[in-house]
Design a protein around this ligand. Structure first.
Ligand SMILES: [Zn+2]
Length: 241
């Protein structure tokens, strides 16, 4: 079994981009907690408010509720900058509108590391991924080139968003093709607290194993341990840009 390499440390600002509230809490936030504790700047951009995520709560009510839960989740892991791009949950389309919005976010935040979530067809273990995740993750990778090129989306330059070509790495959490990892032994409690902040969402999951937050995050971290010196870890597929 291929061993996972330690994540690069030569970066100062990360922008984590995901489709929905809770995506980053299922597997990435333990690593974020360690990074912010070490003084790194980590910010979150969410493409939707997750308003279609709870069967019993209509979207108009659910969106603001999930936004508030995400703010609480961020506070648990030292993330103070959070923004929502306002795309419609469940029907996020890959295309120019999404690439433009993501390129704008990358230019606003000028990260050297971009973090996103699994965009492959399947999850580790083989389960089918969702269209929002596939479309957002692929657009994030593509938008990094867009962010650095002043001639793509010239309207962004007109809005005062100068090109940003400083992204050095993209780290994809929850990927079935993980290459790197972060030891989260000491931050697992904070990861659980960040996921627990999604009260209404978790209540809506009922008996789903994903509602058992500590057990689920421990199971995920333990899956990576045999490839990372036996340590509980968050795993990433790393791209060097
Ligand atoms: Zn999601």
């Amino acid at each position: 079994m291929d061993q996972l390499e330690p994540m690069p440390q030569d970066w100062t600002r990360a922008l984590a981009i995901a489709a929905h509230p809770d995506d980053l809490e299922y597997g990435v936030s333990g690593a974020v907690a360690g990074w912010t504790a070490a003084g790194k700047d980590v910010r979150y951009t969410l493409v939707t408010r997750g308003e279609a995520g709870i069967d019993t709560i209509p979207p108009a009510e659910c969106g603001p509720l999930r936004e508030a839960e995400q703010r609480a989740a961020c506070a648990e892991v030292g993330v103070s900058e959070l923004e929502f791009l306002g795309h419609a949950d469940g029907v996020v389309e890959y295309g120019l509108a999404l690439r433009r919005d993501l390129a704008a976010a990358i230019r606003r935040h000028t990260p050297d590391l971009v973090i996103t979530a699994n965009f492959h067809d399947t999850w580790p273990g083989g389960g089918w991924n969702s269209p929002d995740h596939r479309n957002v993750g692929r657009a994030v990778l593509d938008a990094i080139g867009d962010a650095g090129n002043r001639w793509i989306f010239p309207e962004l330059v007109a809005q005062g968003l100068a090109p940003w070509g400083g992204v050095r790495y993209v780290a994809v959490g929850g990927s079935p093709q993980a290459t790197h990892a972060v030891d989260i032994t000491d931050t697992l409690d904070r990861a659980v607290a960040s996921l627990d902040a999604h009260h209404a969402y978790l209540a809506g999951l009922g008996d789903n194993p994903m509602a058992h937050t500590r057990a689920f995050l421990e199971w995920m971290a333990d899956l990576n341990a045999p490839r990372f010196g036996g340590r509980r870890a968050a795993a990433f597929e790393l791209y060097r840009m």
